[in-house]
Design a protein around this ligand. Structure first.
Ligand SMILES: *Cc1c(COP(=O)(O)O)cnc(C)c1O
Length: 360
């Protein structure tokens, strides 16, 4: 039988590999491939889910209660907050609102896997700028890459998957060079895990006030442990946020997600204590790996980066064999999430067993 004729798709889309999730862990394996929170949901969250608005009703399209709460938390009005089904959605909303055919979107590379797809889907051109030494953003080169076609620049801090932050001073110097009509998305998905005192904090520093072209993105998926519910938010100038509100798919944030996020904000101290535990485990991992001889960059998120280069897939197989699901990026390196207490020793043992076999 001949192949059926399929509908015509834009060639640049047809050429893309469809999204593949990090491997699901077997019963006794640790899933350290998606930077999830290893702790069980708080009991309050489970209760809030059970009590959420009847599911035959649509949610509040504006997520008004959560925007109000986030506004109070960060000292802005509710219109300066935009909530969506994960901050990845917000990235798509902004890029599709700001950039199309002929326009350019600058981002660091290697960085978050979702970035290259953003300009591609909106028809724009992606401009990846290689990381500088230490696996850090090269903001000077990123600023120099701006042309009159640039519409969006994405800055990821701490950088997923390599770990280092952008400092306040670096970000300020960068903004001084970027034209005011270029949208800068400051992706702070891992902000809660940062311990570096000089790291930029777009919300605490209120960078969007002096620079209305900057929008700060945060998520409940990582530190708050709600990855499965899909809630993220942006804070910035209300008129700039309108662009994302316009391209958002309406009613994507469910009442359950909104309730769970509010309850989590109420339990911030409890969740912060969990973050502290993750940060302690991160330090054990980084120190242990460096003592073994690994060249681990500064780790400021809930993950560590092993620069395994050409050995990436064979090293990933060793972790896999040890019951550790990690995220390999072929030819580049391996990202390992900071997970359950027992996973830390296992990661260190597996890493030690391969470190001497690496090709330098
Ligand atoms: C995880 C992550 C996000 C957000 O994920 P959502 O679950 O969609 O909120 C955004 N940016 C980076 C860099 C991430 O790693």
């Amino acid at each position: 039988m001949s192949d059926p004729i399929l509908p015509r798709i834009r060639p640049e889309i047809a050429a893309l590999p469809p999204y593949r999730q990090g491997k699901q862990a077997g019963a006794d394996a640790f899933k350290l491939s998606s930077n999830e929170n290893p702790f069980d949901p708080l009991p309050q969250v489970a209760e809030a889910l059970a009590a959420a608005t009847p599911v035959n009703r649509y949610p509040d399209a504006t997520a008004g209660a959560l925007r109000e709460r986030l506004g109070e938390r960060h000292g802005v009005g509710p219109d300066a907050v935009h909530v969506a089904s994960g901050s990845v959605s917000i990235l798509y909303q902004f890029v599709s609102a700001a950039a199309t055919v002929g326009d350019e979107v600058i981002y660091a590379w290697r960085s978050f896997e979702a970035y290259p797809g953003l300009p591609l889907v909106s028809g724009a051109t992606g401009v990846p700028v290689p990381l500088a030494s230490g696996a850090r953003h090269d903001l000077d080169v990123m600023a120099a890459a701006v042309t009159d076609r640039t519409r969006v620049i994405i800055v990821c801090t701490p950088n997923n998957p390599t770990g280092p932050v952008v400092t306040s001073a670096e970000f300020a110097a960068f903004l001084a060079k970027v034209p005011q009509d270029v949208l800068v998305l400051l992706d702070e998905a891992y902000a809660e895990f940062v311990t570096a005192p000089d790291a930029v904090d777009g919300l605490a520093e209120r960078v969007y006030e002096d620079h209305p072209n900057v929008v700060v993105l945060r998520t409940f998926s990582k530190a708050y442990g709600l990855a499965g519910l899909r809630v993220g938010y942006a804070i910035g100038n209300p008129r700039v946020l309108d662009a994302a509100r316009t391209t958002a798919i309406p009613l994507s944030v469910t009442s359950a997600a909104e309730r769970a996020a509010i309850v989590s904000l109420d339990a911030e101290d409890e969740l912060r204590a969990r973050v502290d535990v993750i940060v302690e485990r991160r330090a054990v991992l980084v120190d242990g790996l460096r003592a073994q001889g690994w060249d681990v960059p500064d780790a400021q998120g809930n993950f560590v980066w092993l620069p395994t280069g050409a050995d990436t897939m064979s090293v990933a197989a060793v972790f896999d064999e040890a019951g550790l699901i990690v995220r390999p990026f072929d030819g580049d390196g391996i990202r390992i999430s900071v997970g359950e207490h027992e996973s830390v020793e296992k990661v260190l043992r597996a890493a030690e067993s391969v470190v001497r076999t690496l090709h330098r």
